[in-house]
Design a protein. Structure first.
Ligand code: 5AD
Ligand code: SF4
Length: 443
């Protein structure tokens, strides 16, 4: 009997870890519906882009990509736009790119099987856009995790914070958490399948509210860290408003919780923080940082910063710069402000010239690079545990990741190179602004 013809799809992901993990869930769902994934647009019947609209540039990427690929349509291919641009632009995408026949935001993915049936029936405009106010989360047992050792679990979706610059509440809908029972069930399943590292995800991961009211976020962290077989737990992204001393206490108490907190500050100026509607001041943020610094463990801190927000004066920017040395961040993700549709800040004049934004970004990145060079130096001489994530490179080094989420490239005298996903003890011998170098200790 001839094998049934396989329906094929190609999926490309833009944006954050939430999107990367959504794609893993979408892939699993499509496979369950009889589709198989291919690695090129040419080989696919269905071409999907899981999109990001956090900044202007991210959004442009998708339309550029659609333009580049549309010539493939001659061969009868179907296009779908998923994710944040899909939710934001909705049916307008059909006007802008008429060859697209599926548009779905993340809050509608649980309806994907039905949408695929419509698509296969020849429907030219299939949408999943009407669920922004849903209480439901996208949980599927078919998640196709791309890494065998380290995997994501979404614990909270959406956002209710409405910062003035941010599209997320409009693209991912309102905040909704999964039950701690379902999160712990997934964590145990992953441990049974051989995963040793779990990364808990949420746009505001620490805004987690257990619908069963059994566990707080800090308690859930600890419980995931105590799942047998799990050696590392990460969580991202934390919001300062919901950051509690209990989170730091959990990290101190449970060794599997990684010693890293990503806590976006966005600006070091209370004036700008007010304009951004972040609902905290510089001092309030620094108090949270002081809790982290008071921990028994050396907890690494990283952040996100926006430069050139409307109304940011030279003094405001200077306040952001002084924040860098005051906190001692190990990494800073900095962005030039860009206006986003639907956001409150769209009504503020985008008052800082593009060139000035570029200058501020450059100044900030250079300052941070100099500071990071110093900060990374503190590890020289230490023995750190790494998870191996890259095989021998041309320099004879193997790439590992530390609990603090730092890259540590190391050499080894072992005859057999350590396996991907294994853990090694490495003595740090040198440091750079973005990575460490070391030698593996013999087991
Ligand atoms: N312009 C520039 N950067 C932004 N971010 C979010 N919205 C915008 C915007 N409109 C940044 C924030 C956020 C990170 C993911 O992207 O720093 O934390
Ligand atoms: Fe991009 Fe934000 Fe959507 Fe993530 S949630 S894909 S960062 S717009």
């Amino acid at each position: 009997m001839a094998a049934a013809p396989t329906k094929t799809f190609y999926l490309e992901t833009f944006g954050c870890q939430m999107n990367v993990h959504d794609s893993e869930k979408v892939i699993g769902t499509l496979e369950q519906q009889g589709y198989s994934q291919v690695q090129s647009e040419e080989a696919a019947d269905l071409i999907l882009y899981n999109t990001c609209s956090i900044r202007d540039k991210a959004e442009q990427k998708v339309f550029n990509r659609l333009n580049d690929t549309k010539k493939l349509l001659k061969q009868g291919k179907k296009f779908g736009v998923l994710g944040c641009v899909a939710q934001q632009e909705g049916e307008k995408i059909f006007e802008r790119a008429p060859y697209v026949s599926l548009v779905s935001g993340s809050a509608s993915y649980r309806k994907l099987p039905e949408m695929l049936v419509q698509l296969e029936a020849g429907d030219r405009r299939v949408t999943g856009l009407d669920d922004k106010a849903t209480d439901e989360t996208f949980v599927t047992e078919f998640t196709a995790r791309s890494n065998k050792h380290r995997g994501y679990i979404t614990i909270v979706e959406g956002c209710d914070k409405f910062c003035a610059y941010c599209v997320v509440p409009y693209t991912r809908g309102r905040e909704r958490s999964r039950t701690s029972t379902s999160v712990l069930h997934e964590a145990r399943q992953m441990a049974d399948a051989g995963f040793t590292e779990i990364q808990l995800l949420g746009q505001n991961v620490n805004s987690y509210r257990d619908p069963e009211a059994k566990l707080s976020f800090a308690e859930l962290l600890a419980a995931v860290g105590e799942v047998a077989g799990i050696r590392r737990v990460r969580f991202t992204t934390s919001h300062p408003r919901d950051f509690t001393p209990e989170i730091v206490q959990a990290i101190d108490a449970v060794p599997t919780l990684c010693d890293h907190v990503h806590l976006p500050v966005q600006s070091g100026s209370s004036h700008v923080l007010g304009l951004m509607a972040r609902e905290y001041t510089r001092e309030w943020y620094l108090e949270r940082i002081s809790w982290i610094k008071a921990a028994k463990r050396d907890i690494s801190m990283t952040t996100d910063i926006i430069v050139g927000f409307p109304g940011e004066t030279a003094q405001d920017f200077e306040d952001t710069i002084t924040m860098l040395a005051e906190v001692k961040y190990d990494a800073v993700f900095a962005f030039k402000y860009s206006q986003r549709p639907n956001t409150p800040a769209i009504h503020m004049a985008d008052s800082i010239a593009e060139e000035e934004k570029s200058v501020r970004l450059q100044v900030l990145l250079e300052r941070q690079r100099a500071l990071q060079k110093e900060h990374y130096g503190r590890h020289v001489g230490q023995v750190l545990e790494v998870m191996v994530e890259g095989q021998l490179n041309a320099r004879g080094q193997i790439t590992g990741r530390t609990s603090q989420n730092k890259t540590l490239n190391f050499t080894t005298t072992q005859m057999i190179s350590p396996a991907l996903g294994s853990y090694q003890q490495v003595r740090v011998t040198d440091s750079f602004p973005n990575s460490l170098v070391g030698e593996a200790l013999l087991p």
